[in-house]
Design a protein around this ligand. Structure first.
Ligand SMILES: Cc1cc2nc3c(=O)[nH]c(=O)nc-3n(C[C@H](O)[C@H](O)[C@H](O)COP(=O)(O)OP(=O)(O)OC[C@H]3O[C@@H](n4cnc5c(N)ncnc54)[C@H](O)[C@@H]3O)c2cc1C
Length: 491
């Protein structure tokens, strides 16, 4: 069969999640003459916020910073998936982005040709099965960082003999009836902390079964400064900017304090829990992690709802190891036993490298792990490509906005130089530089990253090869990056 005829664009954006829609906005705003298309496998925009439909699904960071810098957020800081989708929908409508997006377009391969100086994408349409081909000068990967099709579930002994239902939050069955039933949620990350209060009142009882505790940050789902500014009739654009600055300032202080005064931060977090569960509540072992705060993302608990569910007796916590599943529940290493009709495995996801798309560069399959990241967004030996990998501790979108500005600036710079290809490459002075893991495991170590670090690019010990995961450094460094420091090679 003849190869399908290709459609060509200056820029190809992969994914219509918060990063891809943001990229499309910035490109249209900062480079109105650049042609582009957003290719998205799902039937609509939203990414993470469309994939996840479990009860209570909501953000765990505030929307003043998870929202884009250019579009004011006017609701409560922590938002439901529905509210986030509505916000993204407004961005699409207000900026006429819809005509640039192709839904149900799943990229199955990406090939760079130095001779043609362009990328070729093979694409399968989800609705018709049609095979399509797109070509583009620049590839902007906004495909996220985890596999959307299904989550990560560890193998436990006896799972197959369990008579109840085992459900992963990422593939939540629409018709799951948990009313009056005994539910065990395995895990204590943000997903478990969201699910449990949302289900608690309807279940017979819900137990959070954790191997080790997590830090929780219980606080009202409101922002005092935002409320005051609204009372004063300050325009929403100003409120958005002021409250973003205030939140980022406060977060920076928490990050610094977690490094230098971890005990103080721990106490502050514990006080938030005691406010709901009472001064005499024994926090150990369920709520007292051994690591210092912020080594993993702090799970924000709006209005302390998880702790209210515990105080009401609808939910409880067990800290133990799973020995095996039985026909009717879970046997624990301590010898205890949990009855369960439904087990929810809130055990995280599988990292997906470059959207699981096979990449080829001039006929050679790309080994992404052998590349070195340029500021964690472009990669040695990969021409004309950027990947949006956001922050863990701060909101993802802060970095999506920074990278979008960078890509637009880089494209301007290439125009000025008359270059059509840009490829990061280590310079002679980088020859002896230490190469380090993509993310410093001492600094941040969630399971999905630890399981897959060997598949990810490395970072260098010096700039511009570092991937610091530090918004407060990037905020100054990325807009100031010298595009002619020799690390970006133009042709
Ligand atoms: C439950 C949950 C809650 C979270 N809460 C927060 C939070 O509160 N704050 C925060 O900062 N971060 C949070 N995160 C991290 C979150 O994933 C990011 O913040 C952000 O939503 C990622 O946006 P993205 O657009 O980069 O990627 P995604 O949301 O993952 O979207 C990527 C898109 O690319 C598409 N795609 C992938 N591969 C292909 C392909 N081969 N072909 C075509 N399309 C493809 C996908 O279908 C998807 O629509 C959360 C993550 C989860 C799982």
């Amino acid at each position: 069969m003849a190869a399908p005829e290709a459609e060509h664009f200056d820029v190809l954006i992969i994914g219509a999640g918060i990063s891809g829609i943001g990229g499309a906005y910035h490109l249209r705003d900062q480079r109105p003459d650049t042609s582009f298309v957003v290719l998205e496998a799902m039937e609509a925009f939203g990414g993470t916020w469309r994939t996840h439909t479990f009860p209570g699904i909501r953000s765990d960071s505030d929307l003043y910073t998870f929202g884009y810098r250019f579009k004011p957020w006017t609701g409560p800081p922590i938002a439901t998936a529905e509210e986030i989708l509505a916000y993204m929908g407004e961005v699409i409508d207000e900026n006429d982005l819809d005509r640039h997006i192709r839904y149900r377009h799943s990229i199955t391969s990406a090939t760079w040709s130095s001779e043609e100086r362009r990328w070729t994408l093979e694409v399968t349409r989800g609705d018709t099965g049609e095979e399509l081909r797109f070509t583009g000068n620049f590839l902007w990967m906004c495909q996220g960082y985890y596999r959307h099709a299904e989550g990560y579930t560890p193998e436990w002994d006896g799972m197959d003999r369990f008579g109840g239902e085992i459900v992963h939050p990422q593939t939540w069955p629409d018709d799951l009836d948990y009313a009056g039933r005994q539910v065990v949620v395995i895990g204590s990350g943000a997903t478990a902390a969201t699910l449990i209060p949302a289900m608690a009142a309807d279940c017979g009882h819900v137990t959070m079964l954790q191997r080790s505790p997590t830090y929780f940050y219980a606080r009202p789902n409101s922002h005092e400064l935002a409320d005051t500014l609204r009372e004063l009739d300050v325009p929403e654009e100003w409120i958005h900017e002021i409250v973003r600055r205030k939140i980022l300032h406060d977060q920076e202080q928490i990050v610094q304090a977690s490094k230098h005064f971890p005990d103080l931060v721990r106490e502050e977090l514990f006080n938030g829990i005691r406010e709901v569960l009472g001064e005499d509540y024994e926090l150990s072992p369920h709520f007292t992690p051994s690591y210092r705060p912020w080594r993993q993302r702090l799970a924000l608990i709006p209005n302390g709802d998880l702790f209210h569910a515990i105080a009401d007796g609808d939910a409880s916590v067990v800290t133990d190891e799973i020995e095996s599943f039985t026909e009717t529940g879970i046997a624990l290493a301590s010898g205890d036993y949990l009855d369960a009709d439904i087990v929810v495995t809130a055990t995280g996801f599988d990292l997906s490298v470059l959207g699981d798309i096979p990449f080829t560069i001039d006929g050679e399959p790309l080994d992404f792990a052998s590349t070195v990241g340029y500021r964690g967004m472009m990669f040695t030996g990969i021409p004309n490509m950027a990947w949006v990998f956001g922050y863990f501790r701060a909101s993802w979108t802060l970095r999506a906005d920074l990278i979008a500005d960078f890509v637009c600036r880089l494209l301007h710079h290439m125009d000025e130089r008359g270059a059509t290809v840009v490829t990061p490459a280590l310079r002679p002075e980088d020859a002896d530089m230490d190469l380090l893991p993509w993310v410093d495991p001492e600094d941040f170590n969630p399971g999905y990253l630890m399981r897959s670090m060997h598949l990810l690019p490395r970072q260098g010990a010096n700039q511009p090869w570092r991937h610091t995961q530090d918004y407060w450094a990037d905020r100054d460094d990325i807009p100031d990056a010298d595009l002619d420091d020799g690390a970006l090679v133009y042709d």
